[in-house]
Design a protein around this ligand. Structure first.
Ligand SMILES: [Zn+2]
Ligand SMILES: [Zn+2]
Length: 373
């Protein structure tokens, strides 16, 4: 087997390695097919959604496998990573990433096609047509998605008269795997303890992802503890069952509800901010490539939470990429140059503020940070 050499675990002493097992693509495909069969048998109404999801998951599996042998898109010193994490700044935000655009671009286009076939129809075809015509620059689109710059993508879509949510989702289906591999590469190995990258990640107190700044797609329970899983890059970090992941409101403990009595998948509802977070009990842990499958499998929990008036907040307001450190560095310059040639509009030059984990959904920018479905 060509992939056996990669079937290894990263060494992260003192930390539960939720998603640190690298499975080969064939094993991932088998596991996905098994899960889809289970889901279809238990929830036949999800069969059309599985059909839409299948090619996207297969592409993600192939892309992640390919990206592992590509040069790193981002290189940061351990000291810089530790400093950023201690300051509450996600690692890949505001950095100059050398994305393999030629490798990622087909996934954006194919995502548009899948979304068109899956019900988005002409709306998704118009997004693809806009990209095909060169009115949206692929490199700038992917860079903005990687940097979680929703404002730039939304503004460009509005200027072009295409659906912002479709453009955002199509881009993140390609950029997400790149962010996953980048975060995993950055965080692989290293010592634990105070002042280290691993230690800072294990003490990360925020609800947003320490790698990319997105909200979690869900939490995975493990005994008494839990790990949050990023909706964009799939990274895991410590979860708090006694506190809302979004607003961290200490005054209102989450209310726990299940879609059906006794079901392992539950939702933590926060009356403080109106947000909810799914808590899943996977066995074994969910690989990044299959997170969308488990998200779909547990969609009854989403429906139940939505039916009670709870929602998932938009991307957290971390001030936009240009508010983060190195705003005058090569990353910021490169983004501005790319934006100037592509028509993508970057966030206005703002005041510098640290990210605020205490902000609730009512304080965040408009848009959506949902996991790719
Ligand atoms: Zn992330
Ligand atoms: Zn809350």
């Amino acid at each position: 087997m060509a992939y056996n050499a990669r079937q290894a675990r990263f060494s992260n002493p003192g930390r539960r390695p939720v998603n640190s097992t690298i499975l080969d693509p064939e094993a991932l495909v088998r596991r996905a097919e098994t899960r889809w069969a289970d889901i279809a048998a238990a929830q036949p109404d999800l069969i059309p959604a599985i059909a839409v999801q299948r090619p996207m998951v297969f592409r993600t599996i192939r892309l992640v496998d390919r990206l592992r042998i590509e040069p790193p898109v981002l290189q940061l010193t351990r000291q810089r990573m530790a400093d950023k994490l201690e300051a509450g700044h996600p690692l890949i935000r505001g950095e100059a990433a050398a994305l393999p655009v030629a490798l990622l671009a087909p996934l954006v286009l194919e995502a548009c096609d899948d979304l068109a076939a899956g019900g988005a129809g002409e709306v998704a075809r118009r997004v693809r047509g806009c990209i095909d015509d060169g009115r949206v620059d692929m490199g700038s689109l992917l860079a903005a998605s990687f940097d979680r710059n929703q404002h730039a993508i939304r503004t460009k879509a509005m200027h072009e008269g295409i659906a912002p949510d479709v453009l955002w989702l199509a881009a993140e289906l390609a950029a997400g795997p790149a962010a996953h591999v980048a975060a995993r590469t950055l965080l692989a190995g290293g010592a634990a303890g105070p002042g280290t990258v691993t230690g800072a990640r294990d003490r990360w107190p925020h609800g947003y992802c320490p790698a990319c700044g997105s909200w979690p797609a869900f939490a995975e329970t493990c005994g008494e503890a839990g790990r949050l899983r990023c909706s964009f890059c799939g990274l895991d970090w410590p979860a708090r069952a006694d506190r809302c992941a979004y607003c961290r409101d200490r005054g209102s403990r989450p209310t726990w509800v299940a879609a059906t009595p006794g079901a392992p998948a539950r939702a933590a509802l926060c009356t403080g901010c109106g947000g909810y977070l799914k808590w899943l009990e996977p066995a074994p842990a969910i690989p990044f490539e299959l997170m969308a499958v488990e998200d779909l499998a547990s969609c009854a929990v989403d429906a139940m939470a939505a039916g009670r008036g709870f929602g998932r907040p938009p991307l957290p307001n971390l001030g936009g990429p240009d508010r983060l450190p190195c705003q005058d560095g090569p990353g910021a310059r490169r983004r501005r140059e790319a934006a100037a040639t592509s028509g993508l509009e970057l966030e206005p030059e703002p005041d510098r503020e640290p990210p605020d984990a205490g902000k609730g959904p009512g304080d965040v920018d408009a848009g959506g940070g949902a996991a790719p479905k």
